[in-house]
Design a protein around this ligand. Structure first.
Ligand code: ZN
Ligand code: ZN
Ligand code: ZN
Length: 262
């Protein structure tokens, strides 16, 4: 069965009705149920076969902007439902088709909220823009997970930030505005290895980071991966500007709406 056939086999129970199909593409009417039950307009979506997966876009940009990086709509209008290489997207089974529709329905519900809030909803699963940034994000999340579930939560809640330091050879990590660690970029290590670890169990174990089950390395890698993520996102927006892609104006704080930073 092709990816499109797999999707068709479970479309109805996923609030999608086939309008027409042919030649590697299908048009669906999709109306995800909202929690409030309030009626809302139908999305008319075009799904195209793309190898073992598919791409999906509004047939005509009607309810959504034709492009918006903040809203995960690519310059060609297709929706960004996955992290590309980070997660598999082959639709080769009924289960994979269910997962795909689930992601699409979530995406469409988020779009409704985004339009109302003028920002992307759901901080905890905010995703990096561009595949390079997404790779850094995935690595940073692995580092944070190694330091404990609470540490990972603080990353996902956007409470970890890099300090804007003057020195290019160093990077410092802040949590809620307070400095956690400083890292020497060139040597890829914490500046002060005798410093108390910052993992979830640090207050119980009272160990220096260097002696706390590899956490000094995880902390240093985390800072450098966050740094890489930030740079990759800046590059992503620079490329969009070079490509003359303009902000759709539906989101507050869209980096594309602002003049290039530094
Ligand atoms: Zn936009
Ligand atoms: Zn995206
Ligand atoms: Zn530790």
């Amino acid at each position: 069965m092709s990816s499109l056939d797999q999707l068709y086999s479970v479309a109805l129970e996923n609030h999608a009705r086939l309008l027409s199909s042919g030649d590697g593409q299908a048009i669906y009417v999709v109306n995800p149920p909202s929690a409030s039950g309030a009626p809302s307009p139908d999305f008319i979506l075009e799904i195209r076969r793309d190898g073992k997966s598919v791409t999906v876009a509004e047939q005509q940009p009607t309810l959504l902007p034709s492009f918006c990086a903040e809203r995960h709509i690519n310059p060609d209008g297709t929706f960004c439902l996955y992290w590309g290489e980070v997660e598999p997207s082959e639709i080769d089974s009924r289960e994979a088709a269910e997962i795909w529709w689930g992601r699409l329905l979530t995406f469409l519900l988020r779009q409704r909220s985004a339009a109302a809030l003028r920002r992307w909803p759901g901080k905890t699963d905010a995703r990096a823009h561009g595949s390079t940034a997404a790779r850094f994000q995935a690595m940073a999340e692995e580092n944070a997970a190694a330091l404990g579930p609470r540490f990972l939560a603080s990353l996902k809640e956007d409470r970890l930030r890099l300090a804007k330091g003057r020195r290019r050879d160093r990077a410092a990590l802040l949590k809620d505005g307070r400095r956690l660690v400083s890292v020497l970029r060139g040597e890829r290590r914490m500046m002060t290895l005798r410093q108390r670890c910052k993992c979830d169990n640090a207050d119980k174990l009272l160990l220096p980071a260097a002696a706390c089950s590899g956490h000094a390395g995880q902390l240093a890698d985390l800072v450098l991966n966050l740094d890489g993520w930030q740079r990759a996102e800046a590059d992503f927006y620079t490329l969009l500007r070079i490509g003359k892609h303009v902000c759709c104006g539906t989101m507050d704080d869209c980096p594309l709406a602002k003049p290039a930073a530094r």
